[in-house]
Design a protein around this ligand. Sequence first.
Ligand code: MF3
Ligand code: CO
Ligand code: CO
Length: 307
Amino acid sequence: MKSKTRLNLLKEKDASVKVGRNDPCICGSGLKYKKCCLEKEVLDNKDPGALYAQRYKIQLKKEADIMGIRKAGQLVLDTFEQITDKIRPGTKTDDINTIVHEFTVKNGARPAPLNYRGFPKSVCVSVNEVVCHGIPGPRVLEDGDIVNVDITSVLNGYYADANQTFFVGTPGPEALKIVSVARECLRRGISMVKPGNTIGDIGWAIQRYAEEQGCSVVRDFVGHGVGFEFHEAPQVPHFGQRGQGIRLIPGMVFTIEPMINLGNHDLKILEDNWTAVTKDKSLSAQFEQTILVTQTGYESLTPYDLS
Ligand code: MF3
Ligand code: CO
Ligand code: CO
């Protein structure tokens, strides 16, 4: 209740300021408000946690929370180890679901996807032109396929979310290309994470590289705050402009999870209301990690090798 009172006070204070983010600043600098006094308020604020909660609905994580998410993240990585040798021709996507589900539960955790907004399985498995949210089932992996496995575990109430795209058997040139570009996109996105940079810097770095390589960045799905819930504020687009968007501060935890297509970025959703596929049926690849903003840069809470 105490924090609620404080929130309401902050709300009233904000409501009294009639200046919009893009309006000229009230101090007369000639700069946009968001680039001037609004920005200073963020930088000088004594309680950035309250400010970010009120303004953006972002919940900063404390040391104990970070430990919890890191543990959930380690379980996600251990789960990937359980499936890697099953990524081969002849495996059903449902076999991957069984392994992920059983290993997660055996370790005292819960697979976040199961029953999430009606999702029927414990992991997303997305093959070839499937961009994301593939539902495990009878489909059999074939030589030359690429397959993304997206694992989110909830351990002691803390969520960690990561995914990787694997080759099934021997990849062709298109598979090699899209997987290498998507992996490098995540690497470049993560490398932008440090206090003072913005959410826009992350998307900018990803989009620039992907498009330079002749690939496209999916617009319809974005990274997200994570930790206390599956999907929290802020949204983290994988496209954007340098210096735009929310400024990163220590204690923010969010995913970066660029979906990169060999062709156009347009999608469609299949009849099952989940499976997202590229409209032009081109290959799509994705890598995701859960990232903490530290005092000096970042720490991945689901660290796997991106080189
Ligand atoms: N793990 C996905 C993400 O990265 C979300 C999957 S939602 C589900 O945000 F319901 F399909 F599991
Ligand atoms: Co995610
Ligand atoms: Co995910």
